[in-house]
Design a protein around this ligand. Structure first.
Ligand code: PXP
Length: 243
């Protein structure tokens, strides 16, 4: 078993708090430095077209400090592509994005008509040395589509798993995530998962052998209100331990 699962911490909601008052704090760079020093492997940010939380200056500062640790979530649009090429984070995750959604609503729907454009965007990012992940639902055909588009990484969406109403439903979804992880690994892609993972539901996903990295945001930042960022991170890290 692979014992070393990585953790990407999404800090969008540190920026949400800052934007709520239009202040310069809490500072995303300070948060990122704290999290990396405490054992987070990546800092995840989603630069949305509506700029509701993360701003271009966050991307700039974080990439200046430790670009290879920055994992940028973005829509597959020209505006975001140019920003990624300008600041060069270590990796990018292409996600679907809709104007009034509270958070990312699920995996990318990779439609035939969009494939050529997506493939070309992935290639442009890779040529600049940026690794590319595609956020997809845990379906075998989506994993194969990501592979055919040339993705380096697939991030399997755990939203439905995190919303499962019964143990049986959760187990069925977990099996799908597990099978897609194996397929991703067989196709030589790195396998990530994320969305809605929290202190109660993360363990089962972390124990999937082919899983290499989990990207978690809201639950860690929410927990940090009560126990502080170091303790919130430590508690999550402990749950990821496969020993
Ligand atoms: N992965 C992706 C692709 C996402 O869009 C998000 C939400 O921004 C996450 C992971 C983290 O989700 P959560 O904040 O629910 O942990």
């Amino acid at each position: 078993m692979n014992t070393d699962i990585q953790l990407g911490v999404n800090i969008d909601h540190i920026a949400t708090l800052r934007q709520a008052r239009g202040e310069a704090y809490p500072d995303t760079l300070e948060a990122a430095k704290t999290l990396l020093a405490l054992g987070a492997d990546y800092i995840v940010i989603h630069l949305r077209r509506d700029r509701r939380h993360i701003q271009e200056t966050d991307l700039q500062k974080l990439c200046r400090a430790f670009a290879h640790k920055v994992h940028l979530e973005m829509a597959a649009c020209e505006e975001m592509l140019e920003l990624a090429l300008k600041y060069k984070p270590g990796s990018v995750c292409i996600v679907p994005e809709y104007p009034n959604e509270l958070t990312t609503s699920g995996g990318l729907k990779i439609e035939e008509k969009d494939k050529a454009d997506l493939k070309q965007k992935i290639h442009r990012l890779q040529e600049a040395g940026i690794r590319v992940s595609l956020f997809i639902d845990p379906k075998a055909n989506s994993v194969r589509a990501a592979y055919n588009l040339g993705a380096d990484i697939v991030e399997l969406c755990t939203k439905d798993y995190s919303k499962a109403k019964t143990q049986k439903q959760a187990q069925t979804l977990l099996n799908e995530i597990s099978l897609c992880s194996l397929l991703g690994r067989e196709l030589n892609m790195e396998v990530h998962s994320g969305h809605g993972l929290n202190y109660k539901n993360v363990r089962e996903v972390a124990l999937i052998d082919a899983m290499q990295c989990l990207n978690i945001g809201f639950s860690i930042i929410a927990r940090s209100i009560f126990v502080g960022l170091p303790q919130a991170l430590l508690e999550m890290r402990t749950l990821l331990d496969r020993e």
